[in-house]
Structure formats: C-alpha cells, structure tokens
Design a protein around this ligand. Structure first.
Ligand SMILES: [Ca+2]
Length: 558
C-alpha cells in the first residue's frame, strides 16, 4: 500500500486504487472512467493482469481447445487476469467490458462446464452477454487444459486447486470483475447476475449458497450441484452395463427403445412430435421390450433389460435400500449426442467423469476405476473427503433470499447428463426447507421438454432466462413462463453466426405447470400453448389420457 496516496497528484494508478478501495466501502456516485488500455495498470493484490486488448465488433475470437470461434457482437475491452488467492492458485479469468455507450449498467458472471480448464467455455455465454450490453466475466476454474480429454489428474496434490474449482474461482472473479467495472465506467454495476449450466449450474448454486452477496439474480441450468451423488449415479450406470459383458445395451437399439416410449407417451400432450411434454405423466414399462425368442434388433435380452431398468431407476444402496440419486427418465434414449454419448458404452462421458472424479478427487489414485466401487460405503467416503467442499446442494438459500436475490432453475427433460429428476428433487428440497410460500417468492424451476444437456434436442432449447431473472429482481415481475426457441443450428446461436429464424417456439412453464397445445393453430408457435397443471398431479382418473384425445400434429393439420 502506498503512503502517498492522499497527497500525490492523481494518476491512473492511484485513481484505480481509490476506486478499488471505494467499492469495498461506499461507492461514490461516480468517478472518472478509464480508457481500456489503462486497465493494464489496475492495481491488484492476489493476481496479475496478463493482457488488455480493445476488440472491435465482428472480430473472430478462437476458443481453444474447442474447435470453434465466436464473432464479437460489439466493441469491447478484453481484460485477462490470473488470480492467485492462494500460493497454489492460478485462476485465469477474463472480463469483457462493452463500450461505455453500450453498457447496460449491469454485470453478468458466466459459469463454466465439466471440469472447466479454459475461459473458452464461459466465453460463449460472455459473447451473448456483451451483445446485450452486459459487462461480463468468466474463468477457467483454476486450471488449464490443452485438449478436450476428460481429465481430473490436476487435483492430485493440489487441495487448494480443488477449492478454487469447487467455489473460490467464481467468487474472486466476481470481486475482481466488479472492481474493474467500477474503474472502467466510473461506477459499480447496478445489478449483478450469474448464469451457468451443467457444472455452471453447480457454480450458480454455490454462489447462491456460499456467497449470497455476489449476485442479485442467478440462473442455474441442469445443475451438477450434488457432485458426489451425481458421480455415484454415473458409476451406477456404468456398472449396470459393464459388470457383465452381456448387459451392455447396443447403441443400435437406443432408437428402438425411444420409439417404444414414444408409442406409449408422445401423444399424451396432444401433439405427436417426438417430444413428451410431461414425462411425469408417462408410465412406460420397459418389460414390453423383452425379447420373447432370443436376441433381436427390436427387443432387449434379460441382461440388457436389467441394465436399462437400473438406468431408469438410479443408484440404490444395496445394504439399506436407500435411493442414492434419481435415475434417468425414458424418452430421449435415441437422440444423437445423448444416451449414445453420455450413458452407453465403456467410454461414455458419464464413465469418464465419474472415474476421473472418484479416482482423483476421492481415492487419490488416477488409475482407479469403477470395478472396485462399493455402492454401500463409498458415497460416504466421497462425502467425507470432499462433499462439504464441492457439493452445492444445500436447500437453505435464506441469505440469498433475504438480500432480495432471485433464482431461476432450468432443466432439459431429455438431459442424459444431469437427470431431470435430480433438479426437481433439489427444487422440492428448497421448497421443503424454506416453506413453499417463501420459496415461491424467489425461486422458480422451468423444465424444458425435449431439451438435451444445456441445449440441443427436438424441443425448443434456446431462451433468455437472465432477462427473466432481471425482470423479477428489478421490477418484481415473477416469471410464470419463458418462451423458448429451437433453431436448426443451435451452435450458430451461441457463436454469433447467422442462425436464421427459429424452427419453433414454445413456452416453458414454471414447475409444476406443463405447456399444453390449445388444439388450434400451429404447435410450433408459443401463443398456441397454455400452461396448466400436470396430469401427474391430478387425482387419479382411469382414462385421463384417452379423454384428452390424441390429435394429429397441428402443423400437419394446419
Ligand atoms: Ca408430444
């Protein structure tokens, strides 16, 4: 700290220092804004600014190690920093600051995914944030990767890096970003929001639980919040298929399985479109798939049937019968990039994540694999080793709510990575812990039919939940629906490439309501839907589905 700060003539450095300090106490109404290049001199303890670049609108930004680039939607000041809250920390973060005339006055933090390892993950979200005028930030969760291999060996011998990954990286990034924003624009952000999906959803809920003052509104998608239980579920699916060679479900049979589910449940919502709007009302019994005379492409052998049933049911403690985590709902088995990628086969993404997690984070052995896992005892071992550090599944969001914080959870019903039942379970746990009325004041869950993991799938899966949470926080207008669109090329939407008009639009309904087609007009237009109670919540009726009638797909009729 400088002795002469009060008497020296103002320089950028001292001005920055004063501003950085001021946001820790009371922000002045305004301070002199800075030029982008001057941010290189932003004084920082516990970190070092590594680059400051003025980015012009239309600039192509590569996203290594992802094989894609994004296109800058506007001019912005791009600041890269390495944050070092501990001597073993190296958190690489970026803050993107739109030109002052385009700034909307607010801050949006973006979550990462998987094990993190690059700012390129959040950068896709940050592009969209800059397009809307947000100052935005993201980080690599404290370690860097050079390939897309799912690898957890970086934690071995680095307990502080585990904490950076689990919770600290996002918190110090938020603090740094807010200070930098104040320096650049001459005032602190009015509202701060966070959006993340998958592990980013875990990060979102960690912020709400552990650092409730960081953000005013939070969007948590497909949250990997119960890491230890989710990873146990992943091992369960692996063991279900691979403990016996004959149990493995051939990928070629996945479409056949989904077809059987659709035959039973697709039309329950009145539209035959390959999407089950309300999987809670779908009672599919996989027994109909059993082969009657030997293995064949259109049926399952008994070992395959057992494996599928275990995936639907989820992990169970064999000693106590306790359900460890929910399984996966039927209806999205045959989608490309879904069960084939996440669940089925020895190299599934679930297997890789879970073996890397248990091996490196819990057992301290990078060669460990699922075959020695004990479903009666090893979850407790994981919870003791790391549960309190990494899980963000506490249902107590009281401190966040007391500050006026608003939370939107969203979840694809066709997600083969994070089970939809798990996200519903967390939402219900919050309702139970805080009281349903109190929970209703600050948290909503939106289930997205036909949406896969954080995007993609046959259902509308592109929507702006941040706008909804901002409207809720700033204008006290609680969201009951969020209109979602489906684009032919969802990746174009993320990268800023021309995406064209949406193929369809539908409302997502605040849980437990479900979107129902009115029976009039195109089933691809949001205005032809209403949100209403789920049949799964209605008193038992013998023939409710038949009464609802099965209408031909509206688009074909129109
Ligand atoms: Ca349907």
């Amino acid at each position: 700290m400088r002795q002469n700060i009060r008497t020296a003539p103002p320089t950028w450095e001292t001005a920055f220092f004063a501003i950085a300090l001021s946001i820790l106490w009371v922000s002045p109404a305004s301070a002199a804004p800075a030029a982008c290049e001057d941010l290189a001199k932003f004084p920082l303890t516990g970190g070092k600014i590594t680059s400051v670049v003025v980015v012009a609108e239309g600039t192509k930004i590569p996203l290594p190690p992802l094989p894609i680039s994004l296109i800058s939607p506007a001019g912005f000041c791009r600041v890269a920093v390495t944050l070092t809250p501990t001597s073993d920390s190296a958190i690489m973060a970026e803050v993107w600051l739109p030109d002052p005339a385009k700034w909307n006055g607010n801050f949006l933090g973006s979550g990462n995914g998987g094990f993190g390892g690059s700012v390129s993950g959040p950068a896709l979200d940050m592009r969209g944030a800059v397009a809307q005028g947000y100052a935005t930030a993201g980080n690599d969760l404290g370690h860097e990767i050079t390939s897309l291999t799912i690898d957890g060996t970086w934690v071995l011998g680095h307990p502080e890096k585990v904490k950076d990954f689990a919770y600290r990286a996002d918190h110090v990034t938020a603090e740094f970003a807010k200070a930098l924003i104040a320096a650049y624009y001459g005032r602190a952000p009015q509202f701060s929001y966070f959006r993340g999906c998958s592990n980013g959803g875990h990060e979102a809920l960690m912020e709400a639980q552990k650092y409730p003052a960081d953000y005013d509104g939070i969007v948590a998608g497909a949250p990997a919040n119960a890491w230890t239980r989710i990873m146990t579920g992943f091992l369960w699916n692996e063991a279900a298929q691979l403990n016996m060679p004959q149990s493995e479900i051939p990928k070629a049979k996945l479409a056949m399985i989904q077809d059987a589910v659709m035959a039973k449940c697709d039309a329950l919502d009145g539209v035959k479109d390959g999407i089950i709007n309300d999987p809670r009302a779908c009672r599919f019994d996989p027994k109909v798939l059993l082969c009657t005379s030997g293995d064949a492409p259109n049926c399952l052998t008994h070992p395959q049937f057992d494996a599928l049933s275990k995936i639907y049911d989820g992990p169970v403690n064999p000693d106590t019968g306790e359900r460890i985590h929910p399984g996966f709902p039927p209806g999205s088995e045959g989608l490309t990039g879904n069960w084939d990628t996440w669940i089925i086969g020895p190299k599934s993404s679930q297997s890789q994540f879970a073996n890397q997690f248990y091996g490196n984070f819990v057992m301290g052995d990078s060669k460990w694999n699922y075959r020695t896992f004990n479903f009666a005892t090893d979850l407790a071992k994981a919870d003791a080793a790391i549960g309190s550090i990494i899980n963000s599944d506490s249902p107590d969001l009281g401190a966040f709510a007391a500050r006026g914080g608003k939370l939107i959870l969203f979840q694809g019903w066709a997600d083969a990575a994070i089970t939809p039942w798990g996200t519903i379970k967390y939402y219900q746990a919050v309702q139970k812990a805080m009281g349903a009325d109190q929970a209703h004041r600050f948290v909503r869950l939106f289930m997205a039919p036909g949406m896969m993991h954080c995007g993609g799938g046959p259902g509308p899966n592109s929507f702006d939940a941040v706008a909804s949470v901002a409207q809720w926080r700033e204008k006290n207008q609680a969201p009951e629906t969020i209109v979602a669109a489906r684009y032919a090329n969802p990746m174009a939407v993320l990268t800023g490439a021309p995406a064209g008009e949406p193929v369809s639009r539908r409302p997502l309904c605040a849980y437990p309501s479900v979107a129902h087609w009115t029976g009039k007009g195109s089933s691809d237009q949001a205005e032809n839907y209403t949100c209403r109670a789920s049949e799964a919540d209605a008193p038992a009726k013998s023939n409710a589905h038949a009464k609802a009638g099965v209408r031909a797909k509206a688009k074909e009729a129109a």
